[in-house]
Design a protein around this ligand. Structure first.
Ligand SMILES: [Ca+2]
Ligand SMILES: [Ca+2]
Ligand SMILES: [Ca+2]
Ligand SMILES: [Ca+2]
Length: 671
């Protein structure tokens, strides 16, 4: 199980669909986007886009940022502003499918009869090849690895797909023995090969349902995503990428026909959806490639088709008091990618120390923090809850940096997910909120590590998703915030397992989501932080179901993400933790919707230079006026002014009109 953060790939001039073709070892991606009826190629690298003009298509890139595609000159390799053309002299319509680290390109061309043939291009020379079993459409090519092994597929004379590996004049046929051999969806399709020569792809069974496979030395390992609802031919599990650790990526179709991404690694699936992906049948989230860092690139459906990078990130379990220095600052509890669980002792943005608390197996995941053993302020430290891929959950109680209890608490089927931690019945001890894939809601009332009551509550409102658990009315009992597919924010004020108040509090546009909650103004009522697909940040200060303040307060670059909250300076107001794709962390010390300090988290004194890629967004400038002020530098003391994030400060706390004007909405940002 992996947690991903998502970077939206949206070139500045994109006016329609954006398609991502591949990702390299550095996390750079290449693709093309629509602008005024034409398609432009782009390379995205560490937050910056390079546009290389009108293209027919872009199909891939290598670790040296050589990009391949087709433009008016034919097939090309683009690098650093220069085009090299590689049109196979044996035919026409040269299609470059993939490029390896040596700059060798594999692809196909058409002969005078329109039949496809494979080629390898290396330093100006072409080697052409065919699979001898290919039918009248010829040989198609998908990928090439560092050893010049090329994979592809062909239709035989019975219109059944087969894959192959071509290397040095030899062909190995790849036909999964479980594949069907008749019908519209039949046979084996090869899509990827890694540096060890392991091949990935998918096959259609006798019913036309797709399943994934990895092929290694003549042996097929087949797999199907458990979320796939293969109730018809042409649906199922589709594989498009493999890395050198044999992690594969692709997508599956759910029972509604909507696509979701997965990474499959040694028998374990991590399923995911880009957070802003729409839910129309036929699309959704569709990965296309995975690099050796486990970063996945692909496309998702929003207002138009968009690209994404999914980057594996450490899990922020939450904020609490794990230390013994008594400074009352909320330390941060993380599960790192290597499974170590660490506590960061915070002093504002300064990282005073790191304590390693535990090492958990790869199939266990930090799912949140709470006070299972007792109320905060007593002798009890904050506790943590972990969930396994098999559905078990356990509670870990801390005293200082020592684990004093480590207790298996129960088992809940894996189609149920921990949606939040909070004290629903006000006994001072945390409880657990669960939500199922079918959108049902369950509360487990806990007494320390003991399950007291498993109470089925019922379906979430309007098929919604629990977005947060927090005490919005400061009555000591946790409440639940849902976001429905239609964009309604619905609050359940809870009294134990009873829904005391069930109220729609706002309607938000389809490209906004709940990022996190916290008490940002310190009045005891939890507040809501909303984020947009394009990096806008809005704070809703709450009093129960009432929105007291609704304010746009920041715009962040696409490669920075809100990770969670914690009170890092101990002033009783929640602060916001952000993480970049490069793994840097930033703390926003908050006073309501105002960012009073904006600094990289690190040991020692905070750095004086702003983080790379974090800068004022030009789109925010259009929001000036009507009592709002675009701040360059707020003049606050300290070396890292707010200028790096272009914070908008509004005199009018109800920034509804400014929001509507800024985003071109119809004034219905929040109703
Ligand atoms: Ca409780
Ligand atoms: Ca409450
Ligand atoms: Ca508050
Ligand atoms: Ca604070």
């Amino acid at each position: 199980m992996t947690i991903f953060s998502f970077t939206n790939i949206r070139p500045p001039n994109a006016g329609g669909n954006t398609v991502v073709a591949g990702i390299n070892a550095s996390g750079d991606v290449a693709g093309f986007y629509e602008q005024s009826g034409t398609e432009h190629g782009f390379l995205y690298s560490t937050g910056n886009f390079t546009d290389f003009g009108i293209v027919g298509t872009v199909t891939g890139l290598n670790d040296s940022d050589q990009v391949i595609g087709i433009n008016s000159g034919g097939a090309f390799i683009y690098q650093n502003g220069n085009f090299t053309y590689l049109n196979d002299p044996s035919g026409s319509s040269t299609y470059p499918a993939a490029i390896n680290g040596s700059g060798e390109v594999a692809g196909s061309y058409k002969d005078n009869s329109g039949v496809n043939h494979g080629f390898i291009y290396s330093n100006g020379n072409f080697t052409n090849f065919d699979d001898p079993n290919a039918g009248i459409q010829g040989t198609g090519v998908a990928a090439i690895n560092a050893s010049d092994q090329v994979v592809g597929d062909y239709l035989d004379n019975s219109n059944v797909e087969h894959g192959f590996i071509y290397h040095n004049g030899n062909i190995i046929e790849i036909s999964d023995p479980a594949a069907g051999s008749s019908g519209n969806f039949s046979g084996t399709i090869v899509t990827a090969i890694n540096s060890a020569g392991d091949v990935a792809g998918f096959y259609f069974d006798g019913s036309g349902v797709a399943h994934g496979f990895i092929y290694h030395n003549g042996v097929f390992a087949n797999f199907s995503d458990p979320g796939a609802a293969p109730n018809s031919g042409g649906a199922g599990t589709f594989v498009y990428g493999i890395n050198d650790s044999d992690e594969v990526t692709g997508y599956y179709n759910d029972s509604s026909g909507v696509s979701h991404g997965f990474v499959y690694n040694g028998g374990t699936f991590t399923n995911f959806s880009e957070p802003y992906a729409g839910g129309s049948p036929g699309f959704g989230t569709q990965p296309t490639a995975i690099n050796n860092s486990g970063q996945v690139a692909g496309n998702y459906q929003s207002a138009a088709e968009q690209g994404f990078i999914a980057t594996p990130v450490p899990i922020l379990g939450g904020s609490g008091d794990y230390d013994t220095d008594g400074d009352r600052n909320g330390e941060l509890l993380w599960q790192n990618l290597d499974g170590t669980v660490v506590s960061w002792d915070m002093n504002g943005a300064q990282l005073a120390s790191i304590a390693t608390l535990a090492q958990v197996p790869a199939n266990w995941q930090l799912a949140g923090t709470g006070h299972f053993a007792g109320a905060p302020g007593s002798s009890s430290n904050t506790d943590a809850i972990f969930r396994s891929d098999a559905g078990d959950f356990l509670i870990v109680e801390f005293s200082g940096n020592q684990i004093v209890a480590n207790q298996m608490a129960g088992h809940v089927p894996t189609n149920w997910h921990i949606a939040g931690i909070g004290d629903f019945n006000g006994d001072g001890k945390s409880d657990v909120l669960w939500q199922s894939d079918a959108h049902d809601v369950l509360i487990t009332e806990m007494n320390g590590t003991q399950v007291m009551v498993n109470q089925f509550i019922g379906p979430a409102p309007a098929g919604g998703q629990a977005a947060a658990v927090a005490d919005f009315n400061n009555d000591g009992m946790a409440d639940i915030l849902f976001l429905t597919p239609g964009g309604d924010l619905v609050m359940w004020e809870m009294n134990g397992t009873q829904v005391a108040v069930n109220q729609t509090i706002a309607h938000i546009p389809s490209n906004w989501r709940v990022a996190t909650t916290g008490d940002f103004n310190g009045d005891g009522n939890a507040d809501i932080l909303l984020s947009s697909e394009t990096g806008g940040q809005v704070m809703l200060e709450m009093n129960g179901t009432q929105i007291l303040v609704n304010q746009f307060f920041a715009q962040i670059p696409s490669n920075w993400h809100i990770t969670g909250t914690g009170d890092v300076n101990g002033d009783g107001k929640s602060d916001v933790i952000l993480t970049s794709d490069a793994g840097d962390h930033l703390a926003w010390q908050m006073n309501g919707p105002q960012i009073v300090s904006n600094q990289l988290i690190g040991p020692g004194s905070p750095p004086s230079s702003p983080p790379q890629g974090a800068q004022a967004s030009p789109t925010v400038a259009t929001m000036n006026g009507q009592g709002s002020e675009l701040r360059g530098d707020d003049g606050a003391s300290g070396p890292a002014p707010d200028s790096m994030l272009g914070v908008l400060r509004g005199a009018d706390p109800h920034a509804l009109d400014h929001l509507a004007a800024a985003f071109g909405h119809d004034g219905h940002f929040l109703l």
